[in-house]
Design a protein around this ligand. Structure first.
Ligand code: NIG
Ligand code: FE
Length: 410
């Protein structure tokens, strides 16, 4: 049986529709419906418009009346996280802020390798609980779609364990989860070189992933301390031939990763803190979407990705949290995006686009990210009468209501 309902009135509803896929945006371009209603049928939006008009047109439909000032937007989409992990890296964080370098911390047993040890040691059920708790927090904050990477297993069985947990979280949690295999995060201790490790991933892990349908996406961390561009290219070409969607951790500390991402047809390249004019130009001429990860800049005390320049050059720009125990432990996507906006002079339209339809493009999800007829009814509402309050409070104006596929979840 089809279930219809009308939600509203919202003081303002930002559809995030009818905006260009790429390039700069001004707040004047935002499509804002005052005193708005949303008509939903099952999981989808079937109409958006004046609440009064929709009520007159559909007098018998059930109503969810909003009794306070609220601004509605599409549910946020976090296109890059590592929230399937165990353990804490608080000691690394403190050591960094006491003057230790990343390399010194790694040598003392910290860094990604320490999270690998904790994640390998954790039972799958424990890892599942931890992932679900983090998804709960994200959903409470309005994040209705979350990408989660593996990459703390770094071995066939260990990566499979993480990917199965991520799949189970997708099945059990109200939020939608998009899983990505990041077996190529760093070279695990068991291997002497990248080539032999990636050969094992290709020969043993990839067939198991295909067999169990665990993910359709792969990622690689391109950096001298992880995988070089020369090593990354044949690996990504192999995965592309197998039909996987590709994404890349690129240009975080040194350049080179973004060009590999472009050459290999990756859907996105994420980080870009080290990108220069040449990388920005190349990205603007490509289809690869740049993803800024302000949470990693805040966590590591580094500069932000050149978001303003990327947009002005004509790129789409998605903004994601990178939530992980090392570089980005905070995990508050809205706060991070607001702070990036303040440092990089991004309009609210550009920030909201980066968290909605442009983030959806980075994940190749075309059924969400705007509030228009036919899209998934993922809706968030902030307790305010004007959208400008949302970023102004830098994450402290909390989402009051969240609908996932038309159902109220918060
Ligand atoms: O995106 N740069 C590589 N990977 C993660 C960090 C993961 C970690 O430190 O545990 C990132 O920042
Ligand atoms: Fe990351």
């Amino acid at each position: 049986m089809t279930k219809r309902k009308l939600i509203g009135p919202f003081r303002q509803l930002l559809t995030m529709a009818n905006l260009p896929d790429r390039g700069p945006l001004k707040d004047e371009q935002l499509e804002i419906i005052p005193e708005a209603g949303i008509l939903i049928e099952n999981e989808k939006i079937i109409a958006v418009g004046s609440f009064k008009v929709l009520k007159q047109k559909h007098p018998k439909v059930s109503k969810e009346i909003i009794r306070e000032d609220m601004v509605a937007l599409p549910g946020w989409i976090d296109a890059h996280t590592h929230i399937c992990f165990a353990g804490s890296r608080a000691k690394d964080y403190a050591a960094r802020n006491n003057g230790k370098s990343y390399l010194e911390i790694a040598k003392a047993g910290g860094g990604i390798r320490s999270t690998v040890l904790h994640t390998r040691a954790a039972e799958a059920s424990k890892l599942f609980d931890l992932t679900m708790q983090r998804l709960d927090r994200h959903l409470k904050n309005g994040v209705t779609t979350v990408e989660i990477k593996s990459g703390y297993g770094l071995g066939v069985e260990e990566e499979l364990k993480q990917l199965r947990v991520i799949k189970q979280a997708d099945q059990k949690h109200a939020a939608d989860v998009v899983s990505t295999c990041l077996a190529a995060h760093i070279i695990p201790n068991e291997f002497k070189d990248a080539t032999s490790y990636l050969a094992q991933v290709q020969a043993e892990l990839v067939p198991r992933i295909l067999n169990e349908k665990l993910t359709h996406r792969f990622d690689i961390f391109i950096e001298d301390t992880a995988f070089t561009p020369e090593i990354a290219k044949p690996y990504l070409s192999f995965l592309r031939e197998k039909g996987f969607q590709l994404t890349v951790h690129g240009d975080q500390f040194s350049r080179g990763g973004s060009q590999v991402a472009i050459d290999c047809g990756a859907v996105s390249v994420d980080h870009l803190e080290a990108s220069g004019e040449q990388e920005i130009k190349a990205l603007a001429q490509s289809k690869t979407i740049p993803v800024a990860l302000p949470g990693a800049s805040i966590g590591l005390g580094c500069s932000f990705a050149p978001a303003r320049k990327l947009l002005d050059a004509g790129c789409a720009l998605a903004i994601a949290s990178d939530w992980n125990p090392g570089s980005a432990p905070q995990g508050n996507l809205l706060a991070q995006a607001a702070i990036l906006g303040a440092f990089e002079q991004l309009s609210a339209a550009e920030v909201f686009a980066g968290l909605s339809f442009r983030a959806a493009q980075a994940l190749q999800l075309f059924d969400r990210g705007t509030l228009v007829s036919g899209k998934m009814a993922d809706i968030i509402a902030f307790p305010t009468e004007h959208f400008s309050e949302i970023l102004y409070h830098q994450g402290m104006l909390k989402v009051k209501k969240v609908w996932k596929k038309g159902q109220i979840v918060e």
